[in-house]
Write a protein that binds this ligand. Structure first.
Ligand code: PGA
Length: 251
């Protein structure tokens, strides 16, 4: 399966910093086309940076989407707007959105379906809190999020989805899940997808890991059979570090 490495810039970079980062990254990953490389800058930079990405092989991603087409929804951004600004992918249901902005599995599901309607490829995030992990509820929590997030999806649409497993306790903390911990959850997600969808499609569905991914841990993570890529936060803000992640070598 073709790996997906996505950089989530979160609420970082002004336009000039974004331009500098893209120009540096473009050079560093030039010709490295065995991986789908995606960046998710803030909304305000998407259109401008999309032009700089033309011909680079790097694709544009948004950090969120709203499910309505247009209308009186102050502050929201529709799928049509994202596509017209150059996006091909969209991150949905990041734990920070769930924690700080009231996202639920139901809103995540509406956003996933809306993204697909517009031809955008969702990167749907799931993950357990530390309390849930310590109470042995990791698999139950994550599988419930996956099931609810993908409700109503037709079998072949799954092909365009990436599920990002991001344990909340590993995000921005420097504390990465061990490759074994991540693989266990990825394997369970894959098992659930086999129960819900057509097997041939599930085989092609990428399940990517996120949470303190860096240049020095990507190689062991990518060596796991069910880890098909990474969603990278902090380390995606440094061109060298992110390029190193894109050029991972499984060990
Ligand atoms: P991090 O963030 O790499 O900074 O831990 C990952 C994410 O939130 O997607």
């Amino acid at each position: 399966m073709r790996p997906l490495i996505a950089g989530n810039w979160k609420m970082n970079t002004d336009l000039k910093q974004g331009v500098d980062l893209v120009l540096a990254l473009r050079d560093l990953v030039k010709g490295h086309d065995s991986v789908d490389c995606v960046i998710a800058p803030p909304f305000t930079a998407i259109h401008h940076l999309s032009h700089l990405l033309a011909g680079s092989g790097i694709e544009m991603c948004a950090q969120d989407i709203f499910w309505e087409k247009s209308g009186a929804y102050t502050g929201e951004i529709s799928g049509e707007m994202l596509v017209s600004a150059g996006c091909r992918h969209v991150i949905i249901g990041h734990s920070e959105r769930r924690q700080f902005f009231g996202e639920t599995d139901e809103t995540v599901n509406k956003k996933v379906l809306a993204a697909l309607r517009h031809g955008l490829k969702p990167i749907m995030c799931v993950g357990e809190s530390l309390d849930e992990r310590e109470a042995n509820k990791t698999i139950q929590t994550v599988c419930s999020q996956v099931k609810k997030g993908l409700a109503g999806l037709s079998g072949t649409a799954l092909r365009d989805i990436a599920v990002a497993y991001e344990p909340i306790w590993a995000i921005g903390t420097g504390r990465t899940a061990t490759p074994q911990q991540a693989e266990e959850v990825h394997n369970s997600i894959r098992g659930l997808l086999y129960e819900l969808f057509d097997g041939a499609t599930v085989k092609e569905t990428r399940i990517i890991y996120g949470g303190s991914v860096k240049g020095d841990n990507i190689d062991v993570l990518m060596a796991q059979p069910n880890i098909d890529g990474a969603l990278v936060g902090g380390a995606s803000l440094k061109a060298d570090e992110f390029a190193r992640i894109v050029k991972f070598q499984p060990v």
